[in-house]
Design a protein around this ligand. Sequence first.
Ligand SMILES: Cc1ncc(COP(=O)(O)O)c(C=O)c1O
Length: 379
Amino acid sequence: MGFSTDAIHVGQEPDPLTGSVVAPIYQTSTYVMESLDKGKGYDYARTTHPNRKALERTVAKLEGGKAAYVFTSGMAAIDAVFRLLRPGDHTVLPKAIYGGTFRLASKLLVEFGLEFSYVDTSYLGEVERAIQPSTKMIYVETPSNPTMIVTDLAAVAALARSRNLTFAVDNTFLSPYFQQPIALGAHIVIHSMTKYLNGHSDCIGGAVVLARPEDAEKLYFLQRSAGAGLAPMDCFLISRGIKTLAVRMDRHNSNGMAIAQFLEAHPKVKRVLYPGLSSHPQHEIARRQQRGFGAMITFDLGSLDAARTLLNHVHLCSLAESLGGVETLISHPASMTHSSMPPEVRKENGITDGMVRVSVGIEDVEDLIADLDQALARV
Ligand SMILES: Cc1ncc(COP(=O)(O)O)c(C=O)c1O
């Protein structure tokens, strides 16, 4: 079946008991047993529950994985992936990465003996040079948050394969509608489902999709042992959101391209980072490995003052953390999503104080352009 059909139907079969077209929310912590040796497949909601199983089936199908496990947040999902490693194991991470992932790796996981090197993953040579005898994983985020660096997934997958390393990809910015890392050779795909998969900014969730059954078994053990599996109501909301993923992403994509072109032509804007523009350094790779360019755009106004003026004068765009919802959100990476990166690391990674990040929603694009235009006039 096609992507949209799978998004609407896989895991979302009508309820066999009542015929309800939409699966009910199983808001229960525990399940009664018929006898000591017999139940109906569920025992305790930390382990799993019908809404979680349904969502996991959908996400695994859309990413082309063997299995998926859903967690209370994107960060809980990422934490679970790193727990596949052991003390002393080394991971190659991108320099340009979501601030929360950087904080988890550099401040928390190092305390438990995991080791990390940070490189520009758009240069295969840099990734290769960072590999050590203790390296077990290469982890990338593409396009990266907020610098929109694109990594060649097939090339890194081939490198990982040749060195017998696990290859994990954070696919949050594009969703499986625009990019399917497993088809390009990744072993693990991660999502902050808080973003496009849910799409309505009304709950937090994360997913890990596994291409290898042995990883799936370990992840399920981690999920039920550590207890960070996603709750029924949140699974229900994300399952509902996924049904419209394809139509939302098409609109995000066309709005994203229109706004990127508007910004690139504006005299107050110094630089626009959007993989759909031919000026983007990895535009050709993005064209090759993505089915669309998405709706995340970062642009530089040259100074903190200019960025502050713009952010304080938008009306329709909401000044807020997060991304991937139907409404347009605008943010200042240096002081918001990436504030946990020390200033010198931000500088090295090209995250300037004049940078503004937009998560373009699915409103009428003329209204968004008018809002940005009037705010830019104040800069
Ligand atoms: C690329 C990326 N990965 C992971 C996360 C973390 O997800 P969550 O906020 O759901 O924990 C985020 C959050 O912004 C993100 O942008």
